[in-house]
Design a protein around this ligand. Structure first.
Ligand code: FAD
Length: 468
């Protein structure tokens, strides 16, 4: 059982950060203590808002001496509860939001140095200001922060071309669990000088240390992007369209998303200023960005029609039209909130297994909860589906949500049988802790536990979160 934080420790921490660096105001703390989907609500005696890495290190030293848990928080857009202090009220919440500067953007090195509390959108804008691209992009980018993105190894819509957050990083600065500062802010493309420590902290969800800054890779901005929205009869043909797009566009596939009919219906029903862009309904849709001239995108669609891969399509004629098409995809999560309870899975399988996985998992879900309404959509280009289910019409919401674990188990077993992952993007946090332990081998769990013991022997970094 975690112990309460002593008044003496709280006073020391307040002295470290000064009056601007902490809060006990319930109104300020309340929105930071609840997760986006309202699934996790936490409690803390003190919100810490350090202004720089020295203050973070001093905070951690005080907490290490007192053996008090620290929960780092970025934009609080995480969906597995990792950024929320435990409900017992024994952890301190450390918000990185004041450490939000873009310190350097270098269009020659093609790098940028940003502090952890910089929002992803602000980092993208700073890159664009020197005509460069920071390719990491997700619907939560206006609020999520670079430190949170790296700590969750965020994915998003451009992974199939540029990789996850992990692939975007050249160097990081970390405050370790004993309050040391590791300055690993190297801007090198080549550095083979031993174990690459940054990768321990990326994706660790704050359980091994606090990321305070990062050097990120930049890329040339695509000169032209064509956005297409196509109706596809089945999942096999979604993959056929992906292959055809690769033949036509090479590595010019910038995003490739799959949306089910029901997901589109929910969006157009519940999201203002959205409408179905095509005349007739279709079981599946693909929304893709390809960085090729318009004529090449038209040729791709013509070939897809000819081979009966698609039944209808629209190619955006302007940036406004392209944004309207993307709004359909980006509203998919929010739209489900209006239809009662949702049970969600953030899974990945090898791309080639998507049709078989869908067939098996949709049938199994219907067997478990007759009338369940599947809302699958996601980043099909990298095998990652948000495999969500809305409650059956007329069912009691609480009775439906009580089946969360049972449905997870059915779906996750099928995911694992197809060689997939039960958390493709969102991490483990609290939500998937037990589930991840079920599927990982003893060897993998023991290796993770040894790393945790070595880097955080007192167990103060985000206690109770992550796999071990
Ligand atoms: C509408 C919506 C769409 C989303 N789409 C995607 C998507 O496409 N792809 C995707 O991958 N995710 C997506 N997410 C999930 C979420 O946005 C990402 O996980 C994001 O990277 C979290 O960043 P954050 O700054 O909000 O982190 P938080 O939610 O604040 O924290 C997440 C985790 O990281 C830890 N952490 C935060 N900052 C630090 C730090 N500086 N050092 C150490 N640990 C830290 C926290 O303790 C916690 O465990 C989406 C979320 C929403 C609400």
């Amino acid at each position: 059982m975690p112990r309460p934080v002593t008044p003496d420790t709280l006073e020391r921490l307040k002295l470290v950060v000064g009056p601007a660096g902490f809060s006990v105001d319930p109104d300020e703390m309340a929105p930071l203590l609840v997760e986006w989907r309202n699934r996790f609500v936490g409690k803390t005696p003190l919100l810490l808002k350090p202004a720089n890495v020295r203050e973070v290190a001093d905070i951690v030293r005080v907490c290490a001496a007192a053996e008090v848990g620290i929960v780092p928080q970025g934009g609080n857009t995480g969906l597995v509860g990792g950024q929320i202090p435990r409900p017992e009220g024994c952890d301190l919440l450390l918000s990185l939001g004041r450490m939000n500067r873009v310190r350097r953007v270098d269009p020659v090195d093609n790098t940028m140095l940003v502090e952890a509390g910089c929002t992803l959108a602000a980092a993208q804008e700073a890159a664009a200001a020197v005509d460069r691209l920071l390719p990491l992009s997700l619907a939560a980018e206006g609020s999520s922060q670079v430190g949170g993105n790296l700590s969750t190894n965020a994915g998003g819509i451009h992974v199939l071309r540029y990789g996850n957050a992990r692939d975007a990083v050249l160097g990081i600065e970390v405050v370790t669990a004993d309050g040391e500062i590791w300055d690993g802010l190297r801007a090198l493309r080549k550095d083979n000088t031993g174990v690459d420590l940054k990768h321990l902290f990326i994706g660790a969800e704050g359980t091994l240390g606090i990321i305070t800054a990062a050097v990120l890779k930049l890329f040339p901005r695509p000169r032209e992007v064509q956005t297409l929205f196509a109706a596809v009869p089945d999942a096999e043909r979604v993959l056929a369209l992906l292959s055809l797009a690769r033949d036509h566009a090479g590595d010019g596939i910038y995003a490739f998303e799959m949306i089910s009919r029901f997901a589109l219906e929910l969006v157009t029903r519940h999201t203002p200023q959205t409408s179905d862009p095509l005349a007739a309904p279709s079981p599946w849709y693909v929304l893709a960005d390809v960085t090729v001239p318009r004529a090449a995108a038209e040729a791709l669609l013509a070939a897809a029609f000819e081979r009966e891969i698609i039944t209808d399509a629209v190619l955006a004629g302007s940036p406004v039209q392209a944004r309207a098409l993307w709004k359909l995809r980006e509203s998919a999560s929010e739209a489900q909130k209006h239809e009662g309870g949702s049970i969600k899975h953030d899974i990945s399988v090898p791309v080639s297994r998507i049709p078989a996985f869908l067939a098996e998992a949709l049938a199994a879900a219907e067997r478990l909860i007759p009338g369940i309404r599947p809302v699958p959509f996601g980043h099909v280009g990298d095998g990652n589906l948000h495999f969500n289910f809305t409650q059956p019409l007329g069912m009691d919401k609480d009775a439906y949500l009580a089946k969360w674990e049972a449905l997870n188990r059915v779906v996750h077993d099928i995911v694992v049988a197809h060689g997939g992952s039960i958390s493709a993007e969102h991490g483990i946090g609290v939500l998937k802790r037990e589930e991840a332990r079920r599927y990982k081998s003893q060897v993998e769990l023991e290796l993770m536990a040894r790393i945790k013991r070595a880097l955080d022997p007192k167990g103060i970094m985000n206690p109770g979160k992550g796999v071990v």
